[in-house]
Design a protein around this ligand. Structure first.
Ligand SMILES: *Cc1c(COP(=O)(O)O)cnc(C)c1O
Length: 389
C-alpha cells in the first residue's frame, strides 16, 4: 500500500482555528466585554417561506406510496434543471438541459471536476483566493502557479500572455476580496483561455449579490465563453442553503467530450441530491422565491454598505461590499494582518479574518463580512470609527 504522498504537500491551515483560539482566550480574560464577529463566512438568516413550504410538501410526498421517490437522476431532476435553465435566461444565457448538472454544492463539484483533467496540466490561481482551488490540485499532484491580485489591480488581475496555463480559476464576485470583474475584463480572460486552449473554471457562488448591469452574473454572458468555461454555482449564499446543500455546474456541449465525461463521472461516483432538497431549490427560482431571497440578500447588502461607508469615513482603502458579502480592507497604519486582528480584538472587540490566511498577497489586508446582524454590524462600525475615525 502506498499513500497519496501529495497530501504531504498541503499547507496546514490554521486560519479559522487560530481565530477561534484567540477569541476564546480574549473572552475568558475579559468576560464582561461583548465580542462582535464579522469574520463569519456562513449565512445567518433562515430559509425563506416558499422554500420551507416546498420542503414540507416534498416530505409528505415521500411518505405516500404513490409519490414516494427512490434514486433520482444523478444529474438532477428535470424540474430543477428547467428552473436553472430559466434562471440563466434572465441573464440572457441560453443553456441546453443536458448542460446543467445538479449537485450537493459548488465545493464538491470544484474538487470533483478535476477527475476530467490530466495530472500534467498547469493550474493558474489568483492569490489571494478561496483555498479549495489550490488544495484540491495539490492533492492531485498538479502544478499550481499564481497570478497576483493586489492593490495595484484592485484585486482583479488580468491575464498575462506570457504565462501558460491549462486550467484557470476565476471567482467573481470574489471570496475573500469581494471584487467583481466587469464584462470587458472577463472578455480578456475568455480570449486568453481560447487562445491557449485552456479551460476556465468559473466560480459564480456570489453572482446573486450583483445588481449592476456592467457586472456579468455568468461567464456565458461573454461571447466565446461556452468554448472555454465550466461554471459552478450554488444556492448556499444565494438562498441560505449552506446546511441544506444544493448547487449546479454548467458543462457546455461546446466543450466537446467534457460534457459527456462529466455525466459519466457523476453517474459513476454520485447518486444525486435528495428529492426534498431539489424541490426546495426549485422554489428558490419561482417568482415568489426570488422575491423572498432578495429580501435576505438585501439585508446582507445593507450591512455591507454600513461597513463600506464607515471605512470610507475613516479613509481605509477597501474593495468589495458592493456586489458581495465581503469587504476587503487594507489594514490601517500598515499593520500586518494578524497584528490588525489582535489590535481590533483588543481595542474594539471586533473579529474579522486576517487576509494573509488566503494567500501571500493577502498579507496586510483583512476581510470583514456582512453575514452578521444589522445591530451588531452598526455597533462594530461605531467602535471602528472611534478607533480610526
Ligand atoms: C461559499 C462558497 C462556495 C459555495 O460552496 P457550497 O459547497 O455550494 O456551499 C463556492 N465557492 C466559494 C468561493 C465560496 O465562498
Amino acid at each position: 500500500m502506498n499513500i497519496n504522498k501529495n497530501y504531504e504537500n498541503l499547507e496546514q491551515s490554521y486560519l479559522f482555528s487560530t481565530v477561534a483560539k484567540k477569541v476564546s482566550e480574549f473572552s475568558s480574560k475579559n468576560p464582561d466585554k461583548k465580542i462582535i464577529k464579522l469574520g463569519i463566512g456562513d449565512v445567518t438568516l433562515p430559509l425563506c417561506k416558499k422554500v420551507i413550504d416546498a420542503m414540507h410538501k416534498a416530505v409528505d410526498e415521500m411518505g405516500v406510496q404513490a409519490t414516494f421517490r427512490g434514486y433520482g437522476p444523478e444529474q438532477g431532476y428535470d424540474f430543477l434543471r428547467k428552473a436553472v435553465q430559466g434562471y440563466y435566461k434572465t441573464h440572457n444565457v441560453e443553456l441546453d438541459l443536458d448542460e446543467i448538472f445538479i449537485s450537493d454544492g459548488a465545493k464538491s463539484d470544484l474538487g470533483n471536476i478535476l477527475d476530467l483533467f490530466n495530472q500534467d496540466n498547469t493550474v493558474l490561481v489568483p492569490d489571494p483566493v478561496y483555498p479549495v482551488y489550490v488544495d484540491t490540485n495539490i492533492m492531485a499532484g498538479r502544478k499550481v502557479i499564481f497570478i497576483d491580485a493586489n492593490g495595484d489591480n484592485c484585486f482583479l488581475p488580468l491575464p498575462d500572455k506570457n504565462v501558460k496555463a491549462d486550467l484557470i480559476y476565476i471567482c467573481s464576485p470574489n471570496n475573500p476580496t469581494g471584487a467583481a470583474y466587469n464584462r470587458e475584463q472577463l472578455k480578456a480572460w475568455v480570449d486568453y483561455a481560447r487562445g491557449m486552449g485552456a479551460i476556465i473554471l468559473f466560480d459564480a457562488a456570489y453572482e446573486c449579490f450583483i445588481s449592476d448591469k456592467e457586472i456579468p452574473h455568468s461567464i456565458y454572458e461573454i461571447d466565446g465563453a461556452k468554448d472555454c468555461a465550466i461554471e459552478f454555482c450554488s444556492l448556499s449564499k444565494m438562498a441560505g442553503f449552506t446546511g441544506t446543500r444544493c448547487g449546479y455546474t454548467i458543462v457546455p456541449n461546446a466543450l466537446g467530450k467534457l460534457n459527456k465525461m462529466w455525466l459519466r463521472r457523476q453517474t459513476t461516483k454520485f447518486n444525486g441530491v435528495p428529492y426534498i432538497v431539489q424541490r426546495a431549490a426549485e422554489a428558490v427560482f419561482t417568482e415568489e422565491g426570488q422575491k423572498e431571497i432578495k429580501e435576505n440578500l438585501n439585508y446582507y447588502k445593507e450591512n455591507a454598505k454600513i461597513i463600506s461607508e464607515t471605512l470610507k469615513k475613516c479613509n481605509v482603502w477597501h474593495v468589495g461590499g458592493k456586489y458581495s458579502p465581503y469587504i476587503w480592507l487594507k489594514c490601517p497604519n500598515n499593520m500586518k494582518s494578524w497584528e490588525f486582528f489582535d489590535y481590533l480584538l483588543e481595542n474594539a472587540q471586533v473579529v474579522g479574518t486576517p487576509g494573509s490566511g488566503f494567500g501571500n498577497n493577502g498579507e496586510g489586508y483583512f476581510r470583514l463580512t456582512s453575514f452578521g446582524s444589522k445591530e451588531n454590524t452598526v455597533e462594530a462600525m461605531a467602535r471602528f470609527e472611534k478607533l480610526f475615525g
